[in-house]
Design a protein. Structure first.
Length: 134
């Protein structure tokens, strides 16, 4: 029998839920700081970050290092943006009362999984299936 999201939240210890929310908010602050270190906020409909292109000089070696660092920062920015998006979605789920339910099977996500990775959106079983491990 599947418990609905509201029922699950009522059974989750409010202290644990509060601790997970604080952990997520702290992660969000850190990720925003990390994003600021590699880029600057861009405007528009979707506020995001534009990666800064480094300027080390005009020599061939400097140019190669600039391109290499820029490419690395682009990849880092994408990863950080994904993490930030996951955290923001999770905080929204907490506000809506739908936190802790697997997006794929509708079952409760294991508490130990949520403690280890509060932004998890799937239970261990579904995550393993998605990764092809079952």
């Amino acid at each position: 029998m599947t418990l609905g999201p509201i029922i699950f939240l009522n059974t989750m210890d409010k202290k644990i839920l509060g601790e997970l929310k604080i952990q997520l908010e702290e992660q969000k602050v850190k990720i925003l700081a990390d994003l600021e270190s590699v880029g600057s906020r861009s405007g528009g409909a979707d506020v995001g970050f534009d990666v800064k292109f480094p300027d080390y000089g005009d020599s061939m070696e400097d140019n190669a290092t600039e391109v290499q660092d820029y490419t690395k920062n682009l990849s880092l920015e994408r990863d950080l943006q994904k993490e930030l998006s996951d955290i923001e979605k999770t905080l929204t789920k907490m506000e809506e009362g739908t936190y802790g339910v697997c997006n794929y099977c509708g079952q409760e996500i294991e508490l130990e999984r949520l403690k280890a990775r509060p932004e998890s959106s799937s239970c261990v079983s579904c995550k393993n299936q998605l990764k092809g491990q079952e």
